[in-house]
Unconditional design. Structure first.
Length: 265
């Protein structure tokens, strides 16, 4: 029998195929979303280090929010370890459900103390310091033969990193000049005394941890980072980056945090 309406049949078949493709795509997307969100934690709290503020996380925040995570960045006063821990605890207390806690650089000490909160189910360290119980950052660095040098406090006991050239060398050698200028302009001074304040109980002793080692880091030597990661028993990832990996490699950092969030219980 001859088909006098081939275009109509073609249109119907095309419509069926389109609906099938849409349904399949929806199922795959839903499955991917479900895999991203379960069975790990949904809340991620990011804690910045010295000479920075919560704005350094902006690129990573957008990437994690796009994956459906609830993300909060702490604004540390950087006036003492106790003050920074308290600022982090206030944010942790506002989370509904379990939390993955992330600390960069100096904030490694902060999350090592604040991470003892019951709702924290895992800790991610980015080029971070992770003192042991009853140990300070200064003591940790001295034991690893990596004392802090070259940054002297002013008459108020504050250490500044507001010179763009110095900031680039220490923290952000692979960041654009324009971005470095902004980072230096918005940096927060760090109270020198904070480095001598001790952790009471290291949360990494009880909580699972992940560590990002940055190779070519002028702020915290790579070999010190590698030792810390091994010492705390963290799952470790490595990338060639300055100290500001969340700015130069936001996708890599977001992937690591999301992986930890999925694995955290």
């Amino acid at each position: 029998m001859f088909d006098f309406f081939p275009s109509r049949r073609t249109a119907v078949l095309a419509r069926i195929l389109a609906l099938s493709f849409t349904a399949t795509t929806t199922v795959l997307a839903t499955s991917a979303w479900a895999a991203e969100r379960a069975p790990g934690v949904k809340n991620i709290v990011l804690v910045h280090g010295a000479f920075a503020d919560g704005g350094i996380w902006s690129d990573v925040i957008r990437l994690l929010q796009a994956r459906g995570y609830h993300v909060t960045a702490v604004q540390n006063p950087l006036t003492s370890l106790a003050d920074d821990v308290e600022a982090t605890r206030r944010v942790l207390a506002r989370q509904e459900g379990n939390v993955l806690l992330v600390g960069h650089s100096w904030a490694g000490a902060v999350v090592t103390q604040a991470g003892n909160a019951a709702n924290v189910k895992g800790i991610v360290y980015l080029s971070a310091l992770a003192p042991d119980s009853n140990e300070s950052v200064a003591e940790l660095l001295k034991k690893r033969d990596a004392p802090m040098e070259g940054l002297l406090p002013d008459e108020n006991g504050l250490v500044w990193l507001d010179d763009p050239t110095v900031f680039a060398h220490v923290m952000a050698g692979d960041v654009s000049r324009k971005r470095v200028a902004v980072l230096a302009a918005t940096q927060q001074p760090m109270a020198a005394k904070a480095f001598s304040e001790s952790i009471t109980h290291a949360a990494w002793l009880d909580k699972p941890s992940w560590y990002l080692v940055t190779q070519g880091d002028n702020a915290l030597a790579t070999h010190v980072q590698e030792w810390i990661a091994k010492h705390i028993g963290a799952k470790t990832a490595t990338i060639k980056s300055s100290h500001m990996s969340m700015i130069t490699h936001p996708y890599f950092v977001a992937d690591l945090i999301a992986k930890a969030a999925r694995e955290a219980r």
